[in-house]
Design a protein around this ligand. Structure first.
Ligand SMILES: [Fe+2]
Length: 275
């Protein structure tokens, strides 16, 4: 089933102050893409090509991919990784996986392997240093997987060192508050896909009504499932403070039925500056 409405590809720009940001990284520009769901139904190839072309046009320093490359079957990763190999930036592309990349047995290894073959540093509880030893990039296992285990990773990093964290599910931001996270990049929510004026994401509304009139609402069952996607719908999109940490949530490129309303697919351009 094709979505009824997707909306135009949108570039979101945000500036993020970072404490102890190395002087040479002042103004460092990072592009983020998320939630591809490249399965022949949820992401039209022209939209994917447009997003990659936009990222290349931005001439950024680094590109971050925050998961859900496929929806169920891992096979589309072969075509998607070939497309993603065309992404250009100064220091390369880093990536983490989402819950949909870890649904079927073996999917995770197939997707990690194919992304790495495409020249993308795909991380699963790993740290990489494409921007230098004084600015680590942490790529966490998906929050819903058994492997989500940030403690040992963060304990190995000096608290005086700023870091960028890639974690598909923004709910993980609450679990990461014991540690320093200067900027977490997430996706997963698709922004809620349907955003009502004055209300925000429709799934947030249905979640809040679940214990009152929720069961009586004449809405399709998919909206009941939406309420379970995240606990923190207040972080459905954009930049948010979580304690002394920050999380940015990208609305994604792929779209589930019935489509998007006031929630277009997104390319993000984040500029890091010294706090
Ligand atoms: Fe997704």
């Amino acid at each position: 089933m094709r979505p009824l409405w997707i909306g135009p590809l949108t570039l979101e720009t945000v500036t993020v102050p970072i404490r102890h940001l190395p002087a040479r990284l002042e103004g460092c520009r990072v592009a983020q893409l998320s939630d591809f769901h490249y399965d022949g139904l949820r992401l039209p190839t022209p939209l994917l090509e447009a997003a990659i072309a936009l990222v290349n046009q931005l001439e950024v320093d680094l590109v971050a991919l925050t998961g859900d490359y496929v929806t169920h079957d891992a096979a589309p990763i072969f075509g998607l990784a070939a497309q993603l190999s065309h992404i250009r930036s100064r220091y390369g592309t880093v990536a983490v996986l989402g819950n949909h990349d870890n649904i079927r047995l073996g999917s995770r290894h197939t997707i990690l392997g194919e992304l790495n073959r495409a020249g993308i540093q795909a991380l699963w509880n790993q740290v990489t240093y494409p921007l230098g030893e004084d600015f680590p990039i942490v790529g966490l296992a998906d929050f819903w997987s058994r492997d989500f285990a940030p403690r040992s990773i963060f304990q190995a990093l000096s608290s005086t060192v700023p870091r960028l964290v890639l974690s598909h599910n923004p709910d993980s931001a609450a679990a990461l508050t014991p540690w320093r996270v200067d900027l977490q990049l997430s996706g997963h929510t698709h922004g809620g896909q349907i955003r009502l004026p004055g209300v925000g994401p429709l799934p947030a509304l249905t979640q809040s009504l679940r214990h009152s009139v929720w069961s009586k609402l004449p809405l399709p069952s998919r909206y009941r499932r939406c309420a379970k996607i995240v606990h923190h719908w207040e972080w459905a999109a954009g930049l948010h403070a979580v304690g002394s940490n920050r999380v940015y949530v990208n609305r994604g490129l792929g779209t589930y039925a019935p489509g998007r309303f006031r929630c277009p697919p997104e390319v993000t351009l984040l500029t890091l500056v010294q706090a």
